[in-house]
Design a protein around this ligand. Structure first.
Ligand code: DON
Length: 309
């Protein structure tokens, strides 16, 4: 990193007002009716270093639903539940170059391409262990609590909205059931997937979660281990190649960090051994990535020479 971390707060305070509102470029997600109600002007940036320093600006205490960013952490739990080899028989690690909600499976193996797109995430969630829906949900919530450092709750309205409008996700689950990639009861696994997307977080929570990954799986604010360190490289390499959907190649080229976005307008990026980045701004570009979120990460990567290569 080129500049000293002490420069970070001043840099964020100058950057925040300098990133223009994406009027006419970005649109808030509306395919889940409850998400369309968000205030498009909310905008926050938070950085958490692996030695526990926090730098933040904007609406960093605003709650929103984590959406697809949850896929990263559920991937980690599925790795812990089943190990790398078994997981690879059910979900690949290949980028798709297609939209996050594309209804596609690998032609030969019938696996979904990777755990970051919806099909792969539903398959990954279906593997989370537990006796029945309550225990499985509690295991997910405990996992999020370890990464975030405090109790987490679901947004019930977003969960119900997504459950009643999620026909496309349901279609993918049925396709994967047909090919033996997921097992019954699929409605229970779909509910768990909709619930993980409805977990409420702040921008600061995102940055702490990202910093936990940057810190080999140990939450830098609480000292608690959130995931076995041996799986960090699996998680980060899949984020690097697949986390930004059909923008993943350009993101890797321009910004050069493992990252994940969600239709909530959040983005996390990981600077291994240094810090986690969280950005929140709801208007999305055509690929489903936060317009301002991408701009912030470009600026941070450039200013502090964060590109891994
Ligand atoms: O499956 C869905 O449609 C959402 N719950 C999650 C989608 C999401 O965040 C994809 N990200 N860009």
């Amino acid at each position: 990193m080129k500049n000293h971390p002490a420069d970070l707060q001043a840099f964020l305070e100058a950057l925040h007002p300098a990133v223009p509102p994406p009027w006419g470029i970005g649109k808030v997600a509306s395919y889940i009716p409850e998400l369309a109600k968000v205030n498009p002007d909310l905008f926050s940036i938070c950085l958490v270093t692996v030695d526990g320093q926090v730098f933040e600006v904007g609406d960093f205490q605003q709650l929103f639903t984590i959406q697809s960013i949850s896929k990263v952490f559920v991937h980690g739990l599925a790795l812990e539940d089943h190990g790398r080899d078994y997981l690879l028989t059910k979900v690949g690690v290949e980028p798709t170059g297609d939209a996050f909600n594309a209804i596609i499976l690998d032609e030969h193996s019938k696996r979904p391409y990777n755990p970051m797109v919806n099909a792969g995430a539903i398959a990954t969630t279906s593997l989370i262990q537990g006796q029945g829906p309550a225990e499985r949900l509690n295991r997910l919530l405990s996992m999020f609590r370890r990464y975030i450092g405090h109790d987490v709750y679901l947004d019930g309205a977003v969960f119900v909205s997504e459950r009643t409008s999620g026909h496309r996700n349901r279609a993918m689950a049925h396709l994967m059931l047909n090919f033996g990639m997921i097992d019954e009861p699929i409605e229970e696994s779909l509910d768990l997937y909709f619930q993980q997307c409805s977990v409420m977080v702040t921008c600061r929570d995102l940055a702490v979660m990202a910093a936990t990954l940057a810190n080999h799986g140990v939450n830098p604010l609480t000292g608690e281990r959130a995931i076995a360190g041996q799986y960090i490289k699996d998680i980060l390499s899949v984020m690097y190649t697949c986390g930004m959907y059909n923008f993943a190649g350009e993101w890797a080229y321009q910004i050069g960090l493992p990252a994940k976005s969600g239709v909530c307008g959040g983005i996390i990026a990981i600077v291994p051994n240094l810090m986690g980045i969280g950005v929140f701004s709801p208007p999305l570009d055509q690929r489903g990535n936060s317009v301002r979120g991408v701009k912030v990460c470009q600026a941070l990567s450039q200013e502090f020479e964060l590109n891994l290569f």
